[in-house]
Design a protein around this ligand. Structure first.
Ligand code: SAM
Length: 262
């Protein structure tokens, strides 16, 4: 993306941005110098982050395949969907069931522009300008309702996004309000950065600084609590590489899990 495009979109190319940093980690080109500089500082401290981000995407792919193939889910609401990456949710889901439908939700201007260019309409997909902190607005969005029937089970995907919602915004309540609106048989997928029991680790402290405090490393028990009232499926909350994968769990500070609404 050029600086000119940035001007038109009214984004600040000088401020590192989580969606664009993540895009850089994944080897994408939709990022600016400030994003690359922040990402490289993280990688200098913790080179394993690049592999962890890829493992996180692999977890997403395995989760979607499981949900369509084994849980019979046909509808997905992917919140904090990010700049479109390889194997987006609808491609994976429709590879198993061509009737699967996906609403991609994000609150970032750059993400929405890219998503609308690549993912919107005609493929059983919709792109929704929505903020996770206002879950009712997301579910009531006409764009979302075009492809999602809230009378049928839905999988809500919160991959690498809840850790951008501070406790002051009540992330537990947000998840509950989302799931309360959905019928029995709906599923919740979460991946979340954990503090690995070492909240004062200098790498965590410095990474938080690089994200201007926006990235929240939570203890495992706190992440577990987002699944309250739901039935865990599969191995529970584990390192993302371990959920349905055969990889060694080298990323245990990045946890993932899936649960079903009874
Ligand atoms: C690290 S990226 C993850 C992208 C994608 N889920 C994945 O795993 O490939 C986090 C995304 O969450 C989005 N995000 C952060 N806070 C959000 C909020 N309150 N509402 C909606 N999206 C949000 C960011 O814009 C960014 O695109």
């Amino acid at each position: 993306m050029s600086e000119n495009e940035a001007g038109t979109l009214k984004v600040d190319p000088h401020l590192p941005n989580p969606a664009r940093i993540y895009n850089y980690f994944l080897g994408g080109k939709d990022n600016f110098a400030a994003d690359r500089a922040a990402a490289e500082q993280v990688l200098a401290m913790a080179p394993e982050v690049r592999a962890a981000v890829r493992e996180n995407r692999e977890f997403l792919v395995r989760a979607v395949r499981y949900l369509v193939g084994e849980a019979g889910i046909k509808q997905f609401v992917d919140i904090g969907a990010g700049i479109p990456a390889e194997r987006p949710v609808h491609e994976v889901a429709q590879g198993v069931d061509p009737a699967a439908r996906v609403a991609y939700v994000d609150n970032d201007t750059v993400v929405l522009v890219h998503a609308r260019a690549l993912l919107d309409r005609g493929r059983g997909t919709a792109v929704v300008d929505g903020d996770l902190r206002r879950p009712e607005d997301i579910l009531d969005s006409p764009d979302l309702r075009r492809v999602i029937d809230l009378g049928e089970p839905v999988a809500v995907i919160l991959i690498a996004v809840l850790h951008f919602v501070p406790d002051g915004d009540d992330p537990t309540g947000i998840v509950r309000r989302l799931m309360d609106r959905l019928p029995s048989g709906s599923h919740l997928v979460i991946s979340h950065i954990s503090d690995g029991g070492m909240p004062d680790d200098p790498r965590i402290v410095r990474t938080r600084e690089l994200y201007q405090g926006a990235l929240i490393f939570r203890p495992r028990e706190r992440i577990e609590s987002f699944f309250a009232g739901l039935e865990r499926v599969g191995p529970g909350l584990v390192g993302v590489a371990s959920w349905g994968g055969d990889g060694a769990d080298e990323t245990s500070w990045w946890l993932g899990g899936i649960a079903r609404k009874p």
